[in-house]
Design a protein around this ligand. Structure first.
Ligand code: SF4
Length: 287
């Protein structure tokens, strides 16, 4: 850790975590370029595809395994954290919130009822915009179609899938299209190969980024330009997050001399949703 600027003996653990794992979720505030804050009512996950190889959440969580009373004392094992459910209700200022940056909401071990509770909170704290990203697109499709329509297809709840390669990533795009959602996005990160032609029908936003950190796999410029061209053809907003690399700061996030920070406009919550009188009994807005 000593090589990180500003980190040394006596540095608070939160600051160390932020310096060493800038993507990692401290619950409020985030250094991820395309969001404002992270919210983690779950912790832990299981790796499912090549994009998971260097999962920052797994690396971070496993550092704390076995430490009593630490939030990640169970390492990266899946754990529901119901006491975190109310967090967005306490954040009064509207934010873009990355939901479960340290996990995957749609993994098999998460009960449908808990997923429903997460959606209920997103509806009650409707002044925020939520970015729900998954690699379990098939289960997301099944669950969102089974939940009440008004709970999931809200303009302030964006559902997205990771698309790191052709074999695992591309099939998720169709599953996302078939999910119940008002806004759909792709996180093409870490981009591991040329994706070829992309069908972006029904997709509202594309994020592209290279892998960063030790062992980062390379990303070719032409792969990124190809996706940009597809976005331009389909009139889909394009966000270029980073080139990545072992030291991602060195390569920055310029593509052909400019940044791309496009994103969809927030769409308003449908009429009749989110009245405080609808709050389920397990939620309160105190705090
Ligand atoms: S799905 Fe996401 S959180 Fe889960 S192991 Fe893969 S990269 Fe990590």
């Amino acid at each position: 850790m000593a090589h990180r600027r500003g980190v040394g003996r006596g540095t608070p653990i939160v600051k160390i975590a932020r310096a060493c794992y800038p993507q990692v979720a401290m619950s409020d505030g985030s250094t991820i370029e395309w969001t404002d804050a992270t919210w983690n009512p779950l912790r832990g996950c299981v790796k499912v595809s090549p994009g998971c190889k260097h999962c920052y959440a797994a690396t971070f969580a496993e550092r704390w395994r076995g430490i009593p009373d630490h939030p990640y004392g169970q390492g990266f094992d899946l754990r529901l954290v119901p006491e975190k459910l109310e967090e967005p209700l306490r954040w009064r200022k509207p934010r873009r919130i990355f939901v479960n940056s340290m996990s995957d909401l749609f993994q098999v071990g998460v009960p449908v009822d808990f997923v429903r509770r997460v959606f209920e909170v997103m509806n009650h704290a409707h002044w925020h915009t939520y970015q729900v990203l998954t690699k379990r697109a098939d289960r997301m499709r099944e669950i969102t179609r089974a939940l009440p329509a008004g709970l999931v297809d809200q303009g302030h709840i964006w559902l997205g899938v990771s698309v790191e390669d052709r074999r695992y990533g591309i099939p998720r795009i169709q599953q996302l299209r078939e999910a119940a959602a008002a806004v759909r996005f792709l996180s093409v990160e870490p981009l591991l190969e040329d994706l070829g032609p992309l069908d972006l029908r029904g997709i509202d936003w594309v994020i592209v980024g290279g892998e960063s950190g030790p062992g980062a796999r390379p990303m070719a410029e032409e792969w990124v330009r190809s996706i940009l061209a597809e976005c331009r053809r389909a009139a889909v907003p394009f966000f270029f997050k980073q080139w990545g690399g072992v030291q991602k700061g060195r390569r920055g996030r310029l593509l052909d001399g400019r940044t791309y920070d496009e994103m969809p406009a927030r769409r308003e919550v449908a009429e009749g949703r989110s009245k405080s009188s609808d709050l389920p009994v397990y939620l309160s807005v105190a705090g």
